[in-house]
Structure formats: C-alpha cells, structure tokens
Design a protein around this ligand. Sequence first.
Ligand code: MLC
Ligand code: AMP
Length: 519
Amino acid sequence: MSNDNLFVALRAGFPADLDATAVETDDGLAYSWRDLDRATAMMANLLQSLDIPASPDGVPPRVAVQVEKSVEAMLLYLATLRAGFAFLPLNTAYQSAEIEYFVGNAEPAVVVCSSKNFNWVSKLAFKAGARHVFTLDDDRTGSLLERAAHCSDRQTPAVRRADDLAAILYTSGTTGRSKGAMLSHGNLLSNARMLQDYWGWQKGDVLIHALPIFHVHGLFVAIHGALLNGSKMLWMGKFDPKRAIAYMPRATVFMGVPTLYVRMLAEPALDREQAARMRLFISGSAPLLLETFNEWKERTGHTILERYGMSETIMLTSNPYQADARYGNQSDRRGGTVGFPLPGVQLRVQDDGGQPMPAGEIGGIQVAGPGVFAGYWRMPEKTAEEFTADGFFKTGDVGLQDERGYVTIVGRSKDLIISGGYNVYPAEIEGYLNELPGVAESALVGVPHPDFGEVGVAVVIAKPGAQLSGDALLAELKARLANFKIPKRCFIEAELPRNTMGKVQKNLLRERHKGLFAA
Ligand code: MLC
Ligand code: AMP
C-alpha cells in the first residue's frame, strides 16, 4: 500500500550519506541526517505510545506546540507527521487568552510548551481536554526529550492518504475569531515539490533558516524546501542581521520577510563580495517595497525573488527563477509584483459581482489548486463563505494580472494589517480595546513603518466623562495580547469618521496618521 505521509517524501530527500551534516546551529552544534531520522523516530514512538483513543471521525490527534525556535522543535513537527498526528504550531508571543482559544477550539490531545509557561499552559490544556502536556526548551531540555529518550529510534511512518490532515494553522478572516486552516499531507507535499522545481533547488544548496517556525514561511516553505532537496540548513534561533550576513559565504539560499531585508540593508557588512556565493534570495509574507528591491540589487548584485502565499493555500505565485515557458520564456523578476501563478495554481481576478476583470484591472484575487486547503477546522459555514460556487478560494487580497502574466497585489479587502510579516486583525484588537473601562469605541488602522512595513495605530473614543490615556490603554492590551499585536500608538479622539451608512472610514484615519513613522 502506498503511503502519502509527507514525512516519507521528506525522508526520501535525505542524502545517501546520513552522517553528513543536516543542520548547524548558531552555537556550533551539528545534527547529521541520521540524527534527524533517529530523533524523529523516537519522538514519533513517544507520541504513538501515549494511548490516545482514536477519533470516531478518523481525524488524527492534534499536537499543539508553543515553544521557542530550536532544531528539536522542528524535529517535533517532523515526528508529528511521522506518527500520523496533526501539527498545530502557535506563535511564542501568544498569551493565555489567545492560547485558551486555540486549545479550546482545536482540542489537541498533546500540548508541548516551554517550561517557563508550563503552569498556565498545562492548566488551559487539561481544561480543554488534552491528555498530555510536555515541555521543550531551546537548550535541548524538557520532559518531551526525556520521555523520547526511552523510546526506540526505529519507527515505520504511519500510513496516511494525501487528503489526511497534517497541520492546522490558525488565521483570521475578515471578522470573528481565528479559524484553523486544515492542510493535508497532499497540500503540503505538492506545494513543496513544485517549489523545489520552480526555484531550481540544486545539489549543494545550503539554506539560511532565519524565520520563526510557527507560520507557513519558516515551517513549510523553508524547511520542506531544504529537506526535500537534502540540503543543509544554517539554523538561526533568532534572526540577527549581522549573523545572517556572516553566513552568506557558506550558504546559497535565503528566505525572509521584507523586514529582514530592510535590517540587513542597514548593515555596512552587506556587500557584493559577501553575497557572491548566494544563489537565491526569496521574499514574501508581506509586500516588498520597490525601494528595498532596488537597494538590494545595488548593494549585493542579486535580484530578490518575491513570491506570494497564504496559510490557507501555501505558495500561490512567484517571480521566475529562470525562464518560464508558460509566459513566453520570461525570466525577469519584477520588483513590485509577486510574479506568475505557480505551476498547478489557477488564479483569477474578479469584481464584486463575480465578473472576470480584464488584464491590468484591479479586482479580488481567487485561487484554486493542489495547495489550497480543504476548509477551516469545524467551521463549515465559514469555509463555504470563503469559496466560490465553482470551488475557488477568495484570498481577500486585491490585485491585478497584467498582459504578460505578472500578478501585483495592490491591497486587501480583508481588514488586516501585516506587520513585520505577522498578521494583526483590527477586529480582534478593537474588541479588546472596547472592553476596557471608559472606552466607547475604537478603530485600528495600519500605517507605513520603515522597519515593519506597516504597524497598527489605534484611535479610541472615550465614554462621556471618562479620562483616558493612550499609553495606559496600550499597557492594558500588553498584559493580554501577543506583543506584535500591540498598536505602536494610541490616540484619544473626539469621534470616528463615518460614511452615510455609519461605517467607520478607516481610509481617512489612515490618511490622518500615515506620516507618524516616516523614515
Ligand atoms: C516584534 N515586534 C513587532 C514585530 N516583531 N512589532 C510589530 N510587528 C512585528 N512583526 C516588537 C515586539 O512587540 C517588541 O516590542 C519588539 O518588537 C522586540 O521584539 P522581538 O521579538 O525582539 O523583535 P524582533 O526579534 O526584532 O522581531 C522582528 C522580526 C519578527 C521581524 C524578526 O517579527 C519576525 O520574525 N517576523 C517574521 C514573521 C513571519 O515569519 N511571517 C511569516 C508568516 S507566513 P515591545 O514593545 O514589546 O518591546 C505568511 C504566508 C506567506 O504570511 O506568504 O509566507
Ligand atoms: P497568512 O494568513 O499569515 O498566511 O498571510 C497571508 C497574507 O499575507 C496574504 O493573504 C497576503 O495578504 C499577504 N502576503 C503574502 N505574501 C505577500 C507578498 N509577497 N506581497 C504582499 N502580500 C503578501
């Protein structure tokens, strides 16, 4: 019987010499391919030994993980696949209210957290029905590794079909609570294989792994790319521009959000010589300013390849790595665009009435293809709302496709701020602000920022007689929410601008505050 478990395909990408180095860390540790194989076997055996009752609907048990970035955290992801469980990564910045929602909604059987958070995380996890809570720290300690150390280092990967659940990534749409995008083994593998080909992964490639591993970019695009190609990773626990530049002479591929490029450009050590051995710089997750694209080319001689994707779809478009015969053999990477729909991706631009837009005209971007998720975890109505009758997913991004095939994102119809590559949902922050004493109403808008690209600014209206301070409100939010979601400024104003329908005119607020962080 064939096994469509993603782990099997990734394992098949390991080189023949299992003693070669697979991952090197900032503190000089080296993991061989054999280490990766054995450690994932041990962790998978641990997961499978936990005596978790099978779900009547056949849905695999979920493993929710909120830990600092480490090679062991990546191994836990791979072990989860290997055991046939589903992986649910959580941003390390999330605080208790956020974690409570995710574990309450996903009902993981296993939760893994940092030991410093064990007390509060385990309480929430057990309340939500989890059966096991382990710890894992970024210094290779914790109960997960202690327990796994007693398990066999041989394991046969669980048999999974291509459409079986492999991971749940929480994301928010236009309104309401966060939704869990369900990605299957087949979604992830088809996207990874296609990118391996499209980006010309080759023997000898070495990836600088600089991103967090709780989102699509660092977890799937980067890790799958390297593993499938049997490529070594230079593993950064935390992005540091100086160190990333220092790694370049030993590497060939770098993936980052635009903020990482902006920070590296601020380093005098970045020059052509330092980047000479690099083959490919990839940017995504947020718009790359043309100015950054041009400056990078000037300083390093490399043209950044910008691509576009989402949690629900994995990668959708990419500028070409080399000539793309589908588009008249064009091979130029055009700054300000996100390139062509990737092979297998169907992309169309429509107006609000569902009519296709002619080339060059702006509309809503809709997509279909093998990477597109099956739906949101236990939210069939939300899933139905986000798909068209003929099966296309409505991305919520607004853009155009020109006559030559290049796609450009010009905005979003969803109310979303992308700050340093992290998504901030105004509706969520406004909900928290509105509950604070003395707040009548609030609005959060995104304004340009030289480092994060875009950051949130809050405008708050006080209840009659209430005396509010913007800084005090931000301090209250800070106690409740992940730090990257905290607005960078908070203004107390007399009223929110509204249109005749009573809808807040966020565009006017954005206009009013757009110069706040001018470079
Ligand atoms: C950190 N801070 C941020 C922030 N990151 N504020 C706004 N936006 C962000 N992204 C704030 C913290 O709140 C804190 O403020 C201060 O900066 C220092 O925190 P830090 O954690 O030390 O920051 P730093 O290490 O500098 O982090 C910056 C960063 C990080 C750019 C390295 O944000 C990052 O790794 N971003 C990448 C996100 C990513 O991987 N996205 C991919 C999503 S996948 P204070 O006031 O508390 O001190 C996706 C699909 C696709 O979108 O297409 O790929
Ligand atoms: P996420 O929900 O975290 O997966 O974020 C997905 C969103 O990030 C997309 O819907 C886009 O709005 C945005 N995004 C990703 N890549 C790009 C890009 N290259 N340019 C502009 N926006 C992007």
